[in-house]
Design a protein around this ligand. Structure first.
Ligand code: FES
Length: 90
């Protein structure tokens, strides 16, 4: 179902972004939802809230709004992450 007619954004697209851990503000910025006439804001927020309720871990991870990627110590110490100096890409 199309939620935002102005930007042709569906509930499935909003839900996909919410399940990826994005907040409403992030989704609004990314998709443009509720940035023109605003008639879709309540419905779009409801879709995000439903997804956050179904995926509370993703919602908690989204709150710090950090856009940095944290590598685990296992990856940072692995040979794949630190190839021998002779194999480093040019
Ligand atoms: S319907 Fe979404 S901004 Fe107009």
């Amino acid at each position: 179902m199309i939620v935002c007619v102005c930007h042709r954004v569906s509930d499935r697209e909003i839900a996909r972004h919410a399940r990826a851990g994005m907040s409403f503000d992030d989704i609004q910025f990314e998709l443009g939802v509720a940035t023109q006439c605003g008639q879709c804001e309540t419905c779009a927020r409801d879709v995000v809230a439903q997804c956050n309720a179904l995926h509370p871990v993703a919602a908690l991870e989204a709150q710090p709004r950090s856009h940095t990627v944290q590598l685990s110590a296992r990856i940072q110490d692995s040979a794949a992450w630190n190839p021998p100096s002779g194999l480093a890409a040019a």
